[in-house]
Design a protein around this ligand. Sequence first.
Ligand SMILES: Cc1ncc(COP(=O)(O)O)c(C=O)c1O
Length: 520
Amino acid sequence: MSLPRPGPVAAAAQISPAVEGRPARRVGARELTPLLDGWREQASGMPDYQALAERIRLLVLDGRLPVHAVLPSERALAGIARTSRTTTTAAYRSLRDGGFARGAQGAGTWTTLPAAHRSSPALDPWPVVTSAYLGTADGAGDLQTAAPEAPAQLHTAYAAALAELPRFLPGHGYLTGGLPDLRSAVARRYTERGLPTEPDQVLVTAGSLHALRLVAATLLSPGDRVLVEHPSYPPAIDLLRRAGARPVAWPVEDGWDVEEGRAALAQASPRLAYLMPEFQNPTGRLMPAGSREPLVAALSRSGCVAVVDETTAELDLRAELRAAGVETPTPGSEPMPSLAALARPGAVICIGSASKTVWGGLRLGWVRADRELVRRMAAGRAGDDLGSPVLEQLAVAYLLDRCPELVGERRTLMAARYLAMREAFARHLPDWRLPAPDGGLVTWARLPAPRSSALAAAAAQVGIRVTPGPRFGLEGGFESRVRLPFCRPAEHYDAVAERLAQAWRARGRGAAEPEQVAVV
Ligand SMILES: Cc1ncc(COP(=O)(O)O)c(C=O)c1O
């Protein structure tokens, strides 16, 4: 697949400055005006410059303004904030003094985070081996892993797979593209969901993270920019960075503002966009139908290929939650058209997985793309991995053909667990907010104060592992957020909330720094 890339001159004109080797994105008046709403009134007793600086500081800490975003000029900020140039000059100076901004002659002022607030995979590795897996606990204190236990049907599926296995034993068993039975089952599932797909458009992988790695290895060159939702799924950001890509943030906490997405595409000319329109991780939101066509058109105009991560796409909880009297952010309960069904062939790559609908222990996922790209990815994969286990592929093919019943049960179970968690937290932490997601396995909880990192450190002391909000930002931010998975049985949540309330009271009272590698 050959796509237009911006020439060096065009890219230089659009991006300024290259900060610490990273391009910065420009924040315009349209984006900043609503974020600054009420800045003066809400800061009683402070001089104006300090109130303005404080609002911008909180926006950076909270991830609503991405790090390395170029702010408007002092003059433009004065217009947006309806204040004097003297005030904005002093506000920017105060931000620079506090480590929340930097500036350079000719390059303007851009947001930064002081070292104490930064998050990085090296300091804060993603918890791949938790206490639950080490067998040191029953997993009750694990509020990091967003993955449920296996459904009862999995055992039956393995039994059926075992009965099928003799058919494959005379062969060599190496199927780099995947078992034909599973490729056909995945293709059928896409076709049923309105995206006609042939088996040779499907490549079976070891999970969707592996699928993303194959896409990145095939399409990205070092230095390429990738548009990512902000906040986003940390292992995907880490993976893209390891592939040499430079992520560019598209803030999506309150949903996908296509105008802002368009501006980010125009400024950064990203090669890929990594998106989760079906139950974004961590916000749990579903991209509304009305945003989909304009987004696909904007991506297509900029020559940017979308990689749509559908790992939790089957876990639509809207109908179940609404039946329980809980409003979800996106109305309706009907499925949305896949971005791939709206785009020209080749412009959207879908990655999916059996991990969340069925079980993470299967280690099976897939990529749906055009045939040529599937062929290239299979060839690339063969360099370091020759395929997935046959028995697991047979089991997943069996389950995919019985999907509606399994998916229905998962949705009912997860909605009930979210409701149990919400009730328990309302009892023990009444000033926390656990917003209803449209779907998926997590809620992006809002804390009453920007102390997520301190909370995570204090929680570890009482046996609860929780991933702080900053881990979901490109460099940090999101200190008022914590991602809470609701994957454990409902009866766990009262004790979890009680212990977390203890940690919340202790936060900042000398709680140790987060244990840096304790979870690995
Ligand atoms: C959005 C998203 N993508 C990918 C993954 C990884 O899934 P897999 O187990 O299929 O590699 C997860 C797991 O939490 C996820 O939430």
